[in-house]
Design a protein around this ligand. Structure first.
Ligand code: NAG
Ligand code: NAG
Ligand code: NAG
Ligand code: NAG
Ligand code: NAG
Ligand code: NAG
Ligand code: NAG
Length: 381
């Protein structure tokens, strides 16, 4: 019944009202249309100047020749999001959101015509006031219910079975953790024995950097709403300067398990990689993405963040992701690669250039994140 709630809360729903259109819930298993009239507006998709109700373009990943089969495979995530919805609001201009009631990344104001360039700063260099605002918003995200709900369990579901789902309510932070787990969960495809691909749809593949970029941007937006402060940013944690995790809030502080955090040398090595993510696998030594993901793995091993769940238990994980994103931004600015460099085929499911990142809604392609961060409304100090 409450399937639609998932999409809405992903859509940067306005924290203050927490409403969601019940009509969409029913449509998820029937008409598969979700074109809401957002609160405060009189037309669907907030009216013709903001958006129109349109078909979701279907993008088949071309992977190991499984492309068209993805749709019939029993994994509800593949060919996102059309196993749930085939029509949604398509927002025009600077508008954005499940009902086009919000602003595109980098834009603010009631008409979405104000620009605001965020500067993400290293956590030690924040002002005490900024630190407090961030901490308060983080705390709020851990206690504030989204008003929406998440899937209680993941199953293999064919298109025909996408109904009668079990949901539970959650906090914003719980929702973010859910996104990371849901995208990477292997259980969903484990019995599809014909599928010899890696079921991680958010990592171990080309989409690693782009998926995390969108993830952080969404989290940052929600935290801005929680703090009522459009200047709130997620600070990054430069671990090359550290021997322990001083930023970690929990037992992980000083809890370096084995080995060392990567050094500046390791980061420079990644920055020197000539391509974003070339195929075939024999060229992975030239892949910036593979190198960056290697840094992530090293940090996580050292800190004991072995799974998505474990990583999200430590809020400093977000600051770690912001540092990875900073490295990505730096590499991008040096190389300015054409989008064609991002693989369009032979990627893991959901991770090709034009596939929608799983499980976000409003949808966003990897391609939309493969740009200078200025275009998305933020830079790094
Ligand atoms: C639900 O689907 C019906 C068509 O069956 C459509 O008329 C209605 O606008 C849809 N509701 C939403 C919120 O998209
Ligand atoms: C991919 O599938 C098509 C049609 O199903 C087939 O003609 C082609 O040979 C396959 N390619 C590979 C590399 O298996
Ligand atoms: C955030 O919550 C933690 C415990 O959950 C508490 O120790 C800390 O003081 C809170 N911080 C703020 C700024 O409220
Ligand atoms: C695997 O593929 C074969 C041949 O295409 C098919 O007969 C079989 O049912 C498939 N198995 C599963 C679990 O989908
Ligand atoms: C990542 O994917 C490769 C194949 O692309 C696979 O061999 C490897 O086991 C995967 N690693 C993890 C940690 O899943
Ligand atoms: C949010 O901030 C703006 C200006 O910064 C202020 O005018 C407004 O009253 C605030 N809203 C709430 C709910 O605190
Ligand atoms: C990657 O490996 C190939 C051979 O395995 C080698 O020719 C190439 O120079 C290497 N590239 C880099 C950037 O190390």
């Amino acid at each position: 019944m409450s399937l639609m709630r998932v999409w809405l809360l992903v859509g940067w729903a306005v924290v203050a009202n927490g409403q969601f259109p019940g009509v969409c819930v029913q449509n998820a298993s029937i008409s598969k249309i979700c074109c809401q009239t957002p609160p405060g507006f009189t037309d669907i998709c907030a009216g013709p100047s903001r958006g129109v109700c349109a078909d979701i373009p279907v993008h088949y990943d071309v992977m190991l020749n499984y492309s068209t089969q993805f749709l019939s495979l029993n994994d509800e995530r593949f060919v996102w999001p059309i196993k749930f919805f085939t029509k949604t609001c398509y927002c025009l201009g600077n508008f954005y959101g499940p009902g086009c009631q919000h602003c595109k990344l980098g834009f603010y104001g009631s008409d979405c015509n104000l620009r605001n360039q965020l500067i993400r700063v290293e956590y030690r260099k924040q002002s005490p006031q900024r630190r407090q605002i961030y901490q308060n918003a983080l705390n709020a995200s851990q206690t504030t219910l989204t008003g929406y709900e998440i899937l209680k369990s993941y199953q293999m579901r064919s298109a025909a079975e996408v109904k009668n789902l079990v949901f539970s309510s959650t906090t914003w932070y719980g929702l973010w953790a859910w996104h990371l787990s849901y995208a990477a969960d292997r259980r969903i495809v484990s019995s599809d024995s014909n599928l010899s691909v890696n079921p991680d749809t958010a990592g171990n593949g080309s989409g690693f950097a782009t998926w995390r970029r969108y993830f952080l941007l969404w989290i940052e937006r929600v935290m801005q709403q929680l703090a009522n402060d459009t200047n709130l940013f997620i600070p990054y944690w430069d671990w090359t300067a550290d021997y322990s995790c001083a930023i970690c809030s929990r037992s992980a502080a000083g809890n370096i398990k084995a080995g060392f955090l990567p050094s500046k040398y390791d980061v420079d090595l990644c920055l020197s990689k000539p391509f974003y993510d070339p195929t075939p696998a024999s060229r992975q030594n030239e892949s910036f993405r593979a190198c960056l993901e290697g840094l992530d793995q090293r940090v996580r091993v050292v800190l004991g963040w072995n799974s998505a769940e474990q990583a999200m238990r430590e809020p400093a994980f977000l600051n770690h992701l912001a540092f990875l994103d900073k490295i990505f931004a730096e590499w991008y600015n040096r190389r300015r690669p054409p989008p064609t460099e991002f693989p369009e085929q032979m990627t893991a499911p959901g991770q090709s250039l034009y596939s929608y990142m799983i499980p976000f809604l409003p949808m966003a392609t990897h391609a939309s994140m493969l740009t200078a961060t200025e275009n998305l409304g933020y830079v790094y100090e």
